[in-house]
Design a binder for this molecule. Structure first.
Ligand code: DAH
Length: 336
C-alpha cells in the first residue's frame, strides 16, 4: 500500500493542468466521495496494525499534498486570468471616437467668451407663451412677427419660441440688476428649408442691465467677442436697425475673414458679414419686467449659432448641421 501511495504522491507532484477544468477533474479524482483518498482510507482499515503508523503518516501527507496542490494551482490560474483581463483593457478597440457637433463647439465657444467677461448662462423653455416671446419684449399686438407665417403656434397663446430673447424676460422675472447673462438655445420659425434657412436653429442671447450701462459698453463687449471668436484682426461695424425690444437698435457686421475686407463672393463684395442684432434695452421692456428704467439701463444682443459656425468653418449649406452625415461630422474630431 505504501508503494501505491508513493506513486500517487509522484502523480500529484508532477500534475500540471492546462486549465481550471483539469484541476476540477484532479480534485474529484483524489478528494471526491469515491476518490483515491477515500479508497485509501478504506483500505487503510484493513492493513496489519504494525504497518499502520508508517502508512497512516504517508497517507496523511498525500491528502495534504493534494489539497495544497489544488489551492496553489487555483490561485495561479486566477492570477493569470486577471493578468489576461488587465491586458485586454489595453488592446486596441475597433471603435472610432465620436466628435462634438460643430453647433455645440461654436455654442460653447461663444459662451466661454462671455463667461470670461463675467456673464452667467441661463436657459428657458422652447415652448413658450406670447408674453415671454412677444408682449414683454414690447412687440405691439399687430406686429408681423406674430404672424402664422413666422411662428409655429401650439394654441393662440402658446408657441415655439422664435428667438431666445424670451429668456431675457425669464431672467428679469427672477433676478434683480445687475444682470449679466447669456442664453443659448434652440428656436423655431415657420420657414422653408434651404441652404440659408431652416425651421429649427440655435441662438445665443445676451443681456446686461446695471446702473450706467451705455452704448459704448455694448460696442466694446461685442468688439471683444468678435476678436476672440474670429481673430485679433477682426473689425466690427454697427448699422442702425430696428427691433421692438431695443432702442436704439443695430446690426453688427464683422470684417470678412475670407478676403480680409477686400471683397469676395462670401461677403458679396462688401467686405462685411452680418453676424448679430443688438441695441440698448428699450425702457418699455425694463418697465414691463418690473425694472426701474430711470435707475437702470442695459444692452442686449442676439446671434445665430449656425451663422457663426458657417463663417468660422466656411460651411456653405445650413442643412449640413441637421443631417448628421458622419463624414461631415468627422471633420470636427480634432476640435474636441
Ligand atoms: N431676437 C432677435 C432675432 O431673433 C435678435 C436680437 C436682436 C436679439 C437684437 C437682441 C437684440 O437681444 O438686442 O432676430
Amino acid at each position: 500500500m505504501k508503494e501505491k501511495i508513493e506513486k500517487y504522491l509522484e502523480e500529484v507532484a508532477s500534475f500540471s493542468p492546462a486549465n481550471m477544468e483539469e484541476i476540477e477533474q484532479f480534485r474529484i479524482k483524489f478528494l471526491g466521495k469515491k476518490g483515491v483518498i477515500n479508497d485509501l482510507f478504506a483500505e487503510f482499515k484493513t492493513i496489519p496494525p504494525e504497518q499502520k503508523r508508517d502508512v497512516g503518516k504517508i497517507l496523511n501527507t498525500l491528502k495534504q499534498e493534494v489539497q495544497k496542490k489544488i489551492n496553489e494551482l487555483k490561485s495561479a490560474f486566477a492570477e493569470a486570468e486577471q493578468k489576461h483581463f488587465d491586458k485586454d483593457l489595453f488592446l486596441p478597440v475597433d471603435t472610432t471616437l465620436g466628435s462634438r457637433h460643430p453647433i455645440s463647439l461654436v455654442r460653447n465657444e461663444i459662451l466661454d467668451i462671455f463667461k470670461r467677461l463675467g456673464f452667467n448662462v441661463s436657459e428657458g423653455p422652447e415652448v413658450e407663451d406670447d408674453w415671454h416671446v412677444f408682449s414683454a419684449l414690447n412687440f405691439p399686438p399687430e406686429h408681423p412677427a406674430r404672424d402664422m407665417q413666422d411662428t409655429f403656434f401650439v394654441t393662440d397663446d402658446i408657441l415655439l419660441r422664435t428667438h431666445t430673447s424670451s429668456v431675457q424676460v425669464r431672467v428679469m422675472e427672477k433676478e434683480k440688476p445687475p444682470i449679466r447673462t447669456v442664453s443659448p438655445g434652440r428656436v423655431y420659425r415657420n420657414e422653408a428649408i434651404s441652404a440659408r434657412a431652416h425651421c429649427i436653429f440655435h441662438q445665443v442671447e445676451g443681456l446686461y442691465i446695471d446702473k450706467g450701462v451705455s452704448f459704448a459698453d455694448l460696442k466694446q463687449t461685442l468688439l471683444y467677442f468678435a476678436k476672440e471668436m474670429f481673430g485679433e484682426k477682426t473689425d466690427i461695424r454697427l448699422r442702425p436697425s430696428y427691433f421692438p425690444f431695443t432702442e436704439p437698435s443695430a446690426e453688427m457686421d464683422i470684417s470678412c475673414k475670407i478676403c480680409g475686407g477686400k471683397g469676395c463672393n462670401v461677403c458679396k463684395y462688401t467686405g462685411w458679414l452680418e453676424i448679430l442684432g443688438c441695441g440698448m434695452v428699450d425702457p418699455n421692456v425694463l418697465e414691463l419686467n418690473g425694472i426701474d428704467s430711470k435707475t437702470y439701463t442695459g444692452f442686449a444682443f442676439g446671434m445665430g449659432v449656425e451663422r457663426i459656425a458657417m463663417l468660422k468653418y466656411g460651411i456653405k449649406d445650413l442643412r449640413l448641421f441637421f443631417e448628421n452625415n458622419i463624414d461631415f461630422l468627422k471633420q470636427f474630431e480634432t476640435e474636441l
